[in-house]
Design a binder for this molecule. Structure first.
Ligand code: MSP
Length: 651
């Protein structure tokens, strides 16, 4: 990487509709990286924007009876408002209808044409308008778009073609020589096989509609929307213009963050366009999984689209950001539900993080007059807390450099939770009863405040609204040296004598209000500070560990319908099941072959653990687990007692 510069991008979103919570995921990831790198002293450039041309937008505008530009102007304003509310710190927002963009797209296309890599021919094949993608007959799945499953349209028109095939070997070699170019590895492998399957030349112009950038040498054609859109990453930097200083400084991009559905465009089409134009490819492309809701993908027709604005109003931007980053498994799909969001908010944010601050400040006020005194009486126990604090920053760094947001947060929470445990172990309320133990009490309180300080610095890029509120309460707002990443290297960044000021709970707990018609409500945190934990009555059988309702809620159980079942070769206990869970198809390997014949299972509704980490059994990736009751030699699958659609939640 050029000296400490970091250029990060999000996809530019289609202004065909308002954005949903899934779109907020990529942008939150990008913002977290941008903020983190800034904290580490990088010169960061963070770009997002809108992809405004193409047939899909033209149709949408027509349905709304508006000129396309008017239509997109309205929607783009909602994007910008969402990013403002979500605290997104982009440096630039590029719109593909801006002249600064259209000029560069035409320039790039002309350049590639002039060197002979673009030719005129006739396109005859299929087109998926929602995805804005060309498909050959062979690529279709059951006659539909292999990506989104929607119907495709037959297209026959004169088009310009880009000689992609010519560059296939060079690209393959590049991908093989740069193992980190496409992450995660599973997507890299998919792309390698895609290229090895043979690349066809790409149709890069259309004549059957006109909402696009005219082809410079033949203005009857408009430029294919993906050629137009991908170029945003360099048009925003002024590539090919009189003022290209941003391009010279920031290109190649450190990373393009994209959803898994558009990795192909970013790792095949885009690098080849760049190669043809003699421009370096981006350094990395990271393809994250999808955020799914009940019943699979979000869509207007299913009526399950989650509006991030409503959630921000209800729970605040920081909680939403935390949820998205903590809940998405690395590179794989994750699930959104309001319950899961509330669980994260109540456990990780209110109980763990918020409570550490409120207990610490309350105890400092109660036992030491609100002053953080110097730690003069260390004990060996303190070392454990400090050792974790020493290790966590490097782990956060490693995780973020690999786009493992959940891992980074888990690491920070090791420190937060260790500090909470330290409260129980040191029992400051007991130390406070003995005046001789004052130095030890002060040391314990210092360490707690210091742990909170360190955790807060690290949490800042994920939840940018949090630090200022913590610094206010810890009395550090005017101590800049105590707020830097570098200060994490030493335990003891809080100047002795600092005054705390207890404030409102950082994250009020949300109670799920059972009364009909009322949504979840926030309640003020109970002042748990300074009181020893109350032992609650146990209902678990001896030997069975109790879990909380929140822990249970993390297990996603769903109804699935068995579509097909077959024995797994050379494994007498295993059956391979194809199941349908709402809109999704999954393969599950189950150890039930001794109890059920494959044909008995087809059409049955079963219950599966839907968020179990996939595991490979006999070379088959099993995406979940089927629930069964077992007693002695009997096994019985759990099935819903009355008719209910697959995909339904079990709870
Ligand atoms: N306009 C193109 C991108 C051009 S980039 C040069 C596009 N736009 S989009 O609005 O349809 O999607 C933008 C991004 O949102 C994609 O990365 C897509 O994966 C992501 N997501 C859309 N729904 C999503 C979820 N439910 N979950 C996570 N990301 C999802 O494609």
């Amino acid at each position: 990487m050029g000296d400490k510069v970091f250029y990060v991008t999000t996809p530019i979103y289609y202004p065909s509709d308002k954005l949903h919570i899934g779109h907020a995921l990529t942008t939150t990831m990008a913002d977290t990286l941008a903020r983190y790198k800034r904290l580490r002293g990088y010169d960061v450039y963070f770009l997002t924007g809108s992809d405004e041309h193409g047939q899909k937008i033209q149709r949408k505008a027509r349905e709304a009876d508006l000129p396309p530009q008017k239509y997109v102007d309205r929607i783009v304003a909602t994007f910008q408002e969402l990013w403002r509310r979500l605290n997104i710190s982009y440096n630039d927002f590029i719109r593909t209808t801006e002249p600064r963009h259209t000029r560069v797209v035409q320039h790039l296309l002309q350049k590639i044409y002039d060197q002979g890599d673009i030719y005129k021919s006739t396109y005859e094949g299929w087109y998926c308008t929602p995805c804005e993608t060309f498909w050959t007959e062979r690529q279709l799945k059951d006659g539909n778009c292999p990506d989104c499953g929607r119907p495709v349209e037959l297209v026959k028109e004169e088009s310009y073609f880009f000689r992609m095939s010519k560059y296939a070997d060079r690209l393959l070699q590049y991908i093989k020589e740069h193992p980190d170019f496409i992450l995660p590895v599973s997507r890299r492998n998919e792309m390698i096989s895609f290229i090895e399957g043979g690349l066809e030349d790409l149709c890069i112009s259309r004549t059957t509609f006109d909402w696009g950038i005219p082809v410079p040498m033949d203005p009857r054609h408009v430029i294919y929307v993906w050629f137009d859109a991908l170029t945003n990453y360099i048009s925003a930097l002024g590539y090919g213009t009189e003022d290209d200083h941003l391009f010279r400084k920031y290109w190649p991009a450190a990373v393009h963050l994209v959803g898994k559905d558009i990795v192909r465009f970013h790792t095949i089409i885009w690098p080849i366009i760049l190669m043809a134009a003699g421009i370096d490819p981006p350094r990395q492309v990271f393809g994250h999984g999808w955020l799914l809701v009940d019943g699979g993908k979000m869509s207007k027709s299913k009526g399950n689209v989650v509006d991030p604005m409503v959630l921000i109003d209800r729970y605040g931007a920081d909680a939403i950001r935390y949820f998205l980053l903590r809940e998405m498994p690395y590179g794989a799909d994750g699930y959104y539900s309001e319950e899961a969001l509330i669980t994260r908010l109540n456990t990780d944010l209110a109980n763990d993080f918020g409570n550490l601050l409120s207990r610490t400040t309350a105890m400092i006020e109660k036992f030491n007059g609100g002053v953080i005194a110097a730690p003069s009486a260390p004990e060996p126990l303190d070392e454990e807390l400090k050792a974790i604090a020493r290790a966590v920053p490097d782990e956060v760094d490693a995780a973020l450099n690999n786009f493992e947001f959940a891992r980074a947060l888990t690491a920070i929470w090791r420190l937060v939770n260790r500090a909470n445990k330290y409260i129980e172990e040191t029992a400051p309320w007991a130390l406070a009863k003995d005046p001789l133990k004052k130095p030890r009490l002060q040391t314990v309180l210092y360490n707690l405040a210091e742990a909170m300080r360190q955790a807060t610095i690290m949490v800042g890029p994920f939840m940018p609204g949090v630090p200022a509120r913590v610094w206010e309460q810890l009395g550090l707002a005017d101590v800049p040296a105590a707020l830097t990443w570098e200060s994490l290297a030493t335990w003891g960044g809080i100047p002795a004598g600092t005054r705390v000021k207890r404030g409102p709970a950082l994250f009020p707990r949300i109670e799920l209000n059972e009364q009909e018609g009322e949504g979840p409500v926030a309640v003020q945190e109970t002042p748990a500070a300074a009181s020893p934990a109350v032992k609650e009555e146990t209902v678990a059988k001896p030997g069975e560990e109790e879990i909380t309702i929140e822990e249970f809620a993390r297990i996603k159980l769903r109804v699935a319908e068995v579509l097909a079942a077959e024995k797994v070769a050379n494994a007498d206990k295993l059956l391979k099941l194809e199941v349908k869970v709402g809109d999704e198809r999954r393969t599950i390997v189950a150890g039930i072959a001794r109890y059920y014949r494959p044909e008995e299972l087809v059409g049955k509704k079963v219950v599966i653990v839907a968020n179990l980490k996939p595991a490979k059994l006999r070379g088959i990736v099993s995406q979940g687990m089927v629930l069964a009751a077992v007693a002695g030699d009997t096994l019985s699958l759990i099935t819903p007692e009355r008719a209910i659609q697959d995909g339904a939640q079990v709870r």
